[in-house]
Design a protein around this ligand. Sequence first.
Ligand code: AMP
Length: 119
Amino acid sequence: MEYAYDDQNIFAKILRGEIPNKTVYENDYALAFEDIAPQAPVHVLVIPKGAYVSLDHFARDASAEEHHGFMQAVAEVCRIMDVEAGFRSIANTRVHGVQDVPHYHMHIIGGRQLGRMLQ
Ligand code: AMP
């Protein structure tokens, strides 16, 4: 599959510092920030700093260091946001997954009972 990355997407602009974000955690490979329209008391987006359009793109082409750095950011977000009671991670992907922003991002959602995954 061909993955075409559009560097004008909003998360690319956040990574370049062109628009602000509420940073929760950052390392060399990933940035985590609060979702602008939270769906629950905890709603953080974790994004890689590399140019990946989707989870499957990242899974296929990212280096071991990028994978490790991304997951380390996920762990830090879970610690910082104190989601010991549980949370949901979501990676909406392309058309069927209703992905709005074409830069891979993992939603970390929690802070309340979320109900079943799909209606
Ligand atoms: P999706 O691509 O459908 O998985 O979701 C994109 C998410 O990005 C939505 O939850 C939006 O609320 C969020 N979002 C869009 N723009 C911003 C922004 N400037 N800062 C933080 N979150 C954003």
